[in-house]
Structure formats: C-alpha cells, structure tokens
Write a protein that binds this ligand. Structure first.
Ligand SMILES: [Zn+2]
Length: 479
C-alpha cells in the first residue's frame, strides 16, 4: 500500500465503521496533535492509520504519549481529598478507541487503574496483555482481534469489569494463569455473533448495533481458560453466544453464568462425531488426558445446566460425558489386547487377566438400552423391539404346551386336546406381552427348561427397561 508521509490539513478519518458523532470525541481525546498521514488519499493520525506496515517506532511513541497523558492526570489526582478523588478518577480514561494496532503488540506489565476503552480498536496481529493489571472497567466493545489474544498471568482485580461486547475474535483467546476477581462478560447480540464470521467484514458494525451482519462459524477461535484462577465464577457471564464445550476444561464451569447460549457439538448422533470433534480439538491444542478432562468438564456443564433448569442441555452433556468415558474404556481395552494379552499368559493366569479386562457390562447395557437413561425415544424403541420381535421369535422356536383357552385346563388335559410345539407368530406376541406384564397363563406353558429360562429373562428385562424409559422421560422435564 502506498503511503505518503505528508502533512494533510484535514481531520483524522479514524475508521469508516465509526459513527461521525463519535469521531469528534475520538479526534479530541485520541488523535490529539499527532501529525496526519495519508493512505489511499484518506488522512489518518499514526494511531488510526489502518496499515500493517506503518512505522512501529512512530506508533509506539504516539501510543506511549497517550498513556503518559492519562498517567499525568492520575498523578495530579493523588493530592486531592478522597471524595474529590473518586469524582476525578471516574472522569479519567485510558482512551484507545478505534486505534489500529500493527502486527504483534505487547503491553508491558502496565497497571490500568481507570476505565480503559478499546472500543472499536483493531489489532491487526497478535496482542499480549501478559502480566498487565486491570483495576477498573476494560471495554472491548466491537474490537477486532485478527490474531491471538493473550492475557497470561494478567490480573483482573476486584474492581475490574472486563467487557467483550460484540467483539470480533479470529483466533485464540488465552487466559493462562490469569486471575479473575471481578466481572468478565462476553456478550454477543442475536444471533450470537461474537465467535462467528461475518460475510462482510468491517462494514457498519462499530457503534451501529442494529445492523446485523451475516455469519458463519469461525473454525480457528479457541477460548482457553487453562490454569486460570477464578474467585467468583458466577461473575463470569456468557450471553447470547455460541460456545464449544471443550473451551471450558480446567476452569470448572459449574457456576459460570450462561444466558441464551448455543452449544456447538453437543447433540448426539449415531457416529458420535461430536465427541470425536471435541476431543480432536483438545488434542490439537496439545492437551494430554483430553478424554478425562473433557469428561469432567461435560459433567460440570451438565450440573450447571441442570441447576439452571436447562434439562435437555444437561442431558446432552451427560451423554457426552458417558460417550467420552466409553472411548476412554475402548483405549484401555486396546491397550489390554496390545500389552497384556498373550495366549500363554491367558492360559497361565486366566482369572486374574479376566478381572483386569477393562470391560464394563453395566455401562454397555445402560448405553444400549436407553442411551444412558437419557433418550426416551431409544428406550421405547428397545422396549417395543424386544417385546414385539425378539421374544416372539424365541417363542416361535421354543416348545410350548398349548391348550384350548375356553376349557378348564384339567378337562383339556383329560381330553388330550393340548398341542405341543413352537407358537404361531400372533400367539408368540401375545405370550411375550403377557410375560412382559408379569401375568401367568395356565393354558400355555413351555415344556423345556430353556423355555422357562427365556420367560424368566423377559420378566426381568421388561420392568427394568420400563424403569429406564420412565427415568429418561423424567429427566427430560426435571432433575
Ligand atoms: Zn486519529
């Protein structure tokens, strides 16, 4: 981009997205007396110049001057009375509105003790707030982060309120070892566009919230709370956003406030692609023990959802946790085959090896019978399938003594009018139904031990499955 370094007798353009009425204040407080430069015929001060190749030294000088100006005011405030001080402090601002920060920008352990305003700012590359202390409100309203954002070891004190309102993130937001004592708000507007792409970037966005851009999901955004310390988790608020469960490992999201949040990847399908996608994302981030961490996180998110009356969501999270547990067990089984099993060792100490085999029949049956007691549809399907198909097919092939219904059994037996053999299909269904409902039929009895055994099995299975169905229905509506 051609850039002519020349004085232009004009006003800084600030940013096309900024409303004219805001520009007056911005020119006064931010642009100040910095000389104007020109980019494609439009005048900008060095701070607002939207050019990645702008002179870094010149930009840093101007930016430090801006910080210095507010710091000077802060020093003046030191010598006034407490009441006056509060009043004066509330008027002071670190005003960084609509500033365009070039490539990789680093804040060097500053302490921001008054309102720090990054509204409408653009970070063209990565930005590091590592080690910075925030003691007041920090606003990132409609700020654009085109690279990674790091808040490593950053301290947000009790007085801090960190606002990300309709902020545009493109990559990683990293709170490694950060300490939160104040409020943290992520607010998107409908339809939850903070973590999503807009098809038209940079247009009519800043300060004009009514014009809603089109959006699609951004694949590269990651929210990372690993190792951060949160004093009051309920002061962390996510509102009107789309979120991924894997972002919440290692923070314990039980008490975080989620309002109107759309969770990605929580709906189950038969291929379990969602669980796999979530785990893959964790693995891509180099997180070891991804399955264990994710399982714990899902249980915590389920608890959060349940405590706040979002039962369907809670159910989805529980299913995710169970599925992750299943994958964890699969890994263990593979390991067992690979590392422990040899035909010889199995012959030598078979009982010990069977005990060690990481298979869990209860988990397996729970999953297959009712999707962990969470899916009433699946539980109904299994119940009907077993009563109307599986057991009838068994009864067709089992020997029964069938006597006429209309006569007393003793007479039928005396007349020898009873027949033996497998039941016809209709009769088999009726027999399966009566067994499932625990009724005893005198005139139709199995003649073999196997037959009796099947009937006992159905009498155990049917009430158990009905109980699981009841559980799944209950969970849909209450805790
Ligand atoms: Zn300017």
């Amino acid at each position: 981009m051609a850039k002519n370094k020349m004085m232009v007798k004009n006003l800084c353009h600030v940013d096309s997205n900024v409303d004219e009425k805001w520009k007056i204040g911005i020119r006064e407080k931010v642009c100040g007396n910095f000389p104007l430069l020109e980019l494609e015929g439009i005048p900008y001060c060095i701070l607002h110049l939207p050019d990645n190749n702008k002179d870094n030294d010149e930009f840093n000088q101007a930016f430090n001057k801006l910080i210095e100006n507010t710091t000077k005011e802060l020093i003046k405030v030191e010598n006034v009375t407490e009441i006056e001080k509060e009043n004066l402090l509330s008027k002071l601002t670190f005003d960084f509105r609509a500033i365009c920060f070039p490539n990789r920008f680093r804040f060097n352990g500053q302490r921001f003790t008054v309102f720090t305003n990054f509204n409408g700012a653009k970070f063209l590359g990565d930005v590091l707030f590592n080690g910075v202390v925030f003691d007041a409100t920090i606003s990132f309203n409609s700020t654009e982060f085109n690279g990674d954002v790091e808040f490593r070891h950053t301290i947000f004190s009790e007085k801090s309120q960190l606002y990300f309102i309709q902020t545009d993130f493109e990559r990683r937001i990293d709170f490694y070892f950060a300490r939160f004592s104040g409020y943290l708000l992520f607010l998107g507007l409908q339809p939850r566009e903070i973590f999503v792409n807009k098809s038209s970037t940079f247009t009519q966005k800043v300060y004009s919230l009514d014009k809603r851009p089109q959006y699609k999901f951004k694949p590269n955004v990651i929210l990372d709370f690993q190792h951060c310390k949160v004093e009051q988790p309920n002061k962390i608020i996510f509102n009107s956003l789309n979120l991924y469960p894997n972002w919440f490992i290692d923070i314990n999201p039980k008490e975080i406030t989620f309002t109107d949040v759309w969770w990605e990847n929580i709906n189950n399908d038969f291929t379990k692609s969602n669980v796999k996608t979530e785990l893959r994302k964790l693995e891509e981030r180099g997180i070891r023990n991804s399955k264990q961490l994710f399982k714990i996180t899902c249980r915590q998110l389920a608890e959060n959802a349940e405590n706040n009356g979002r039962f369907e969501e809670a159910s989805s999270f529980r299913k995710l946790a169970f599925e992750t547990e299943r994958l964890e067990r699969k890994d263990k089984i593979n390991k067992w085959w690979r590392e422990e099993f040899t035909p010889l060792s199995f012959l030598m100490k078979s009982s010990e090896m069977i005990k060690k085999f990481p298979y869990d029949f209860a988990h397996f049956s729970y999953r297959w019978s009712s999707a962990y007691g969470e899916s009433w549809r699946w539980a109904t399907f299994v119940l009907l399938l077993v009563i109307f198909l599986v057991f009838p097919v068994i009864y067709i092939q089992t020997n029964f003594q069938s006597c006429p219904k209309e006569k007393p059994l003793s007479i039928s037996l005396g007349e020898k009018s009873c027949t033996t053999g497998g039941l016809p299909f209709g009769e088999a269904i009726i027999h399966s139904l009566t067994t499932a409902t625990l009724q005893n039929v005198e005139y139709r009895k199995p003649t073999t031990v196997w037959g009796e055994l099947w009937i006992i099995l159905e009498k155990i299975f049917a009430p158990l499955q009905t109980a699981l169905l009841a559980l799944a229905i209950r969970r849909k509506f209450m805790r």
